[in-house]
Each structure stands twice: as structure tokens, then as C-alpha cells.
Design a protein around this ligand. Structure first.
Ligand code: ATP
Length: 312
């Protein structure tokens, strides 16, 4: 658990982060969102002491980070940034091995961990381990950046606009991968973004910053349906609310018994994608398969429309 207690950062006369208090539950993904200059990056960097707070306390699992040496914290907490920050003259394997090497893991353990991470990020070790960053696409570099941040199995991963440099299609895939990996590895992720849709789509909780202040800290449904201030309302935007709510939920809870023919969707498909698929195909229901590919039932047009109406 990460607890921020009245965290403030002042540069000269400028209150960049203004008495922010929040508690981040373990094994969740929290998205910090706000406009440029609202203090998101500064707030994130105080968690691993890349920036020292002017006042206030940060506790990780009850221990004050002030009592932990910054180098120690940075080994324990993964950190991934926009632009990936890969070392250009080191191979993919060497990049990923950075922190385990600092921690003096033995060579076999490092090699095994590098292979495990490459496999987790769907990069074939035989092909990718020996490549240099310039021999990778943007999406592959992004994955290596996150793999490196996770190398020493940190409980916490801090991410600053990790998808900022990716084009929209790869970006959607990268976001999906992150969710999957966060669940698989049980990591607590704190992610900074200026994109409200990204925050709503990824975050178990969303923290909205405005002028250094935390103006709302809630689950995505509440941010959409009960924006705390006109600023949050403006960031969310007024259009498409019903569809955006559907995008936050998978079809899983709407699956009914039954069978229909056609290409199946999975239980993980969002309700929004399922509805658009139904409208596109002009059918009343879609077959649904589970993660293993076995058929689990159907999801109907009516249940999707009901779900959209209920939350208005
Ligand atoms: N080292 C510093 N010295 C002085 N001012 C700083 C320093 N670092 C950040 N600031 C100021 O603090 C404010 C918040 O910066 P920060 O990078 O935290 O915002 P942000 O919300 O992450 O913005 P962006 O999305 O543009 O990165 C800005 O006005 C910035 O100019």
C-alpha cells in the first residue's frame, strides 16, 4: 500500500503539488490524469524520491520513504518513462538485466529472468535478446522499457506517459498488455497520463490533478457520472457517456446460457466492442468463449442496451 499524506512540493514561489493525500491499494492500477503542468510527474517522482517533497510523508507498506536511501528505493520500485529510456549501446537482454545486475544476482538467474520477461512480453528471446534498441519498433522498445522496469520483480511500478510516443493502434494493444501483465504479476501500478480515456480505461482508480491539487480520486464510473468539479467535467467531455461507460466493462457479467452461430467474442471483450459488433453484424446475440477458447454462452443485444441505460 502507498500512502501519500499532505504531500507538497514548492519550487521558489510555485506550489507545484499542493497538499495531496491519497491511499493506493496494493495490486491496483491508479492513473494520475491532468493537464500539462498540473504536477502529475512531480507527484509520481516523489514516490521513488527522484524528487524530494517540501513537506508531507509518503509511506510504502507503512515505512516512510524518507528512511530508505533513494538508490535502494529505485531498485525496489520499477520506473518506466515515455521514450523508454533504453541504453542505446546495450542489447535488449543487457537493458532488461540492468537492475538485477546492480543487485548482483548471479548470471544464470539473470539470464532466466530475461528470458521469462521476453516471453511474457511476446518477444522471442532467440530473435530479440541480442538486438540493440535502434533495431526495434516503437512498440517493441516500449515493451522492453516496461520489461526492464519489472526485471527485479518490484511490487510497485511507476509509469510516466508510457504510451505517449505510440500510434493509436499500437497504443491500444500496449494498454491491453499492461492490464494483463499487471494482473499476472500482482504489481501495484501508478501511471501518469494526460489522456482521460486512457486513465478511465486502465485505472482501477483515477486521480485527477488540477493546478497541483488532487481534485478527484475515484473509480472510473464516478469520474464519468459524478465529476467533482467543472474541471473534471471538462476533462471527461460531455459526449458519448453511455458508450464510454460500456467501454469500461467486459461482457463477462452479461453472458447468458444459449448458443448462436458466428465468430465468437471472448468474456474479456468490452461491452462497447460487443455492441458495435452486434450492430455491425445485424444480429441479436453473439457467441462468447472463455479464455481457453471454450464456448460459455451468448451475450444479447438487449442485455447490452439495458446495461447502457441502467448506468445513465
Ligand atoms: N525542477 C523544477 N524546478 C522548477 N519548476 C519545476 C521543476 N520541475 C517541475 N517544475 C514545474 O512544476 C510544474 C508541474 O510540473 P510537472 O512536470 O509535475 O507537471 P505535469 O502535470 O507532469 O506536466 P506534463 O504533462 O507537461 O509533464 C510545472 O509548472 C513545472 O514547470
Amino acid at each position: 500500500m502507498i500512502e501519500l499524506r499532505s504531500i507538497t512540493k514548492i519550487y521558489g514561489e510555485n506550489i507545484v503539488v499542493d497538499s495531496v493525500s491519497m491511499t493506493i491499494e496494493p495490486r491496483t492500477l491508479t492513473a494520475i490524469v491532468g493537464t500539462s503542468g498540473s504536477g502529475k510527474t512531480t507527484l509520481l517522482r516523489m514516490i521513488n524520491r527522484l524528487v524530494e517533497p517540501t513537506s508531507g510523508d509518503i509511506l510504502i507498506d507503512g515505512a516512510n520513504v524518507r528512511d530508505v536511501a533513494p538508490y535502494e528505493l529505485r531498485r525496489r520500485i520499477g520506473y518506466a518513462i515515455q521514450g523508454y529510456g533504453l541504453f542505446p549501446h546495450r542489447t535488449v537482454a543487457e537493458n532488461i538485466a540492468t537492475v538485477p545486475q546492480l543487485l548482483k544476482w548471479d548470471r544464470n538467474r539473470i539470464a532466466a529472468r530475461v528470458d521469462e520477461l521476453l516471453a511474457l512480453f511476446q518477444l522471442d528471446p532467440a530473435d530479440f535478446a541480442g538486438r540493440y534498441p535502434h533495431e526495434l519498433s516503437g512498440g517493441q522498445q516500449q515493451r522492453v522499457g516496461v520489461a526492464r522496469a519489472l526485471a527485479a520483480k518490484p511490487n510497485i511500478l511507476l509509469m510516466d506517459e508510457p504510451f505517449g510516443a505510440l500510434d493509436p493502434i499500437i497504443r491500444a494493444k500496449a494498454q491491453e498488455d499492461l492490464k494483463h501483465i499487471q494482473r499476472q504479476t500482482d504489481t501495484t501500478v501508478v501511471l501518469v497520463t494526460h489522456d482521460m480515456d486512457e486513465a478511465l480505461g486502465l485505472g482501477d482508480k483515477v486521480a485527477v490533478m488540477d493546478g497541483g491539487k488532487l481534485v478527484q480520486y475515484s473509480v472510473p464510473d464516478d469520474i464519468l457520472l459524478k465529476p467533482a468539479t467543472p474541471f473534471v467535467e471538462q476533462l471527461v467531455g460531455s459526449g458519448d457517456k453511455a458508450l464510454r461507460l460500456l467501454a469500461l466493462r467486459s461482457v463477462d457479467p452479461l453472458v447468458e446460457n444459449g448458443h448462436v452461430d458466428g465468430d465468437p467474442i471472448t468474456t474479456e471483450t468490452s461491452q462497447r466492442d460487443a455492441l458495435s459488433e452486434i450492430l455491425w453484424r445485424g444480429t441479436q446475440a453473439l457467441p462468447v468463449v472463455g479464455e481457453e477458447g471454450a464456448e460459455v454462452g451468448i451475450v444479447s443485444r438487449d442485455s447490452l442496451l439495458n446495461a447502457a441505460e441502467r448506468r445513465r
